[in-house]
Write a protein that binds this ligand. Structure first.
Ligand code: AMP
Length: 215
């Protein structure tokens, strides 16, 4: 079972990808998480991409495709995987097509989660995240504890630096210009589905599960 979750930042891709991964015992592969942990570890990759992440721009396609090629060749991806935040450009989508054909994977399913921009800005400015384990919180829906410590691991809950409003607006512009064209790219390939991301989280999950389990 292979799946791409497409959609602007803040539509809930990460939340859904984690739940699906758990339910189907397959890895959730988030290029954003991989890049953030490289920054956290201050690795060579992290040093290269830190400023790009903070600016809300996209990391170059060759770096991203290299990360994905290596990640998909790992054993845990043999049964399937969920791509979250990748691909984000036509070049990345074409690169992914090549990787999938090398892996003999035909017709990956693509689900777009759609939410309008005003709601996204409101969601992302109220998003908080554990600096240690990455668990998501939201001031509107799922408030962090008053002591600011993660319920799961006790780590400190922070606001991602790219979740400040001016950076969010930049990320949405980047999405419109560079990622939205992927919707047409995948629509032509048939296994494309669209879900209303304003529905409750559990309802979005049920709809995704239905799509995944149908032939
Ligand atoms: P995300 O957590 O998916 O919103 O990603 C956070 C940031 O990581 C983005 O704003 C980009 O700077 C970078 N990034 C993540 N995935 C990609 C990708 N597929 N291509 C280029 N840049 C990416």
């Amino acid at each position: 079972m292979q799946l791409i979750l497409l959609g602007a930042p803040g539509v809930g891709k990460g939340t859904q990808a984690k739940q699906i991964g758990k339910e189907f015992s397959i890895p959730q592969i988030s290029t954003g998480d991989i890049l953030r942990s490289a920054v956290h570890e201050n690795s060579e990759l992290g040093k290269k991409v830190k400023a790009i992440l903070e600016s809300g721009q996209l990391v170059p396609d060759d770096i991203i495709l290299d990360i994905i090629q290596k990640r998909l060749s790992q054993n845990d991806c043999q049964k399937g995987f969920i791509l979250d935040g990748f691909p984000r450009t036509i070049l990345q989508a074409q690169g992914l097509d090549k990787i999938l054909s090398q892996m003999a994977i035909p017709g990956i399913k693509v689900i777009e989660i759609y939410v309008d921009e005003l709601e996204i800005i409101s969601r992302l400015t109220s998003r908080r995240v554990c600096s240690n384990c990455g668990r998501d919180y939201n001031l509107r829906l799922n408030s962090p504890p008053a002591d600011g410590k993660c319920l799961k691991c006790g780590g400190i809950i922070i606001q991602r630096s790219d979740d400040e409003e001016h950076t969010i607006r930049k990320r949405l512009k980047v999405y419109r210009e560079q990622t939205e064209p992927l919707i047409e790219f995948y629509r032509k390939k048939k296994k494309f589905y669209r879900i209303d991301g304003l529905l409750p989280i559990d309802e979005v999950f049920l709809q995704i599960r239905k799509i995944i389990t149908q032939k």
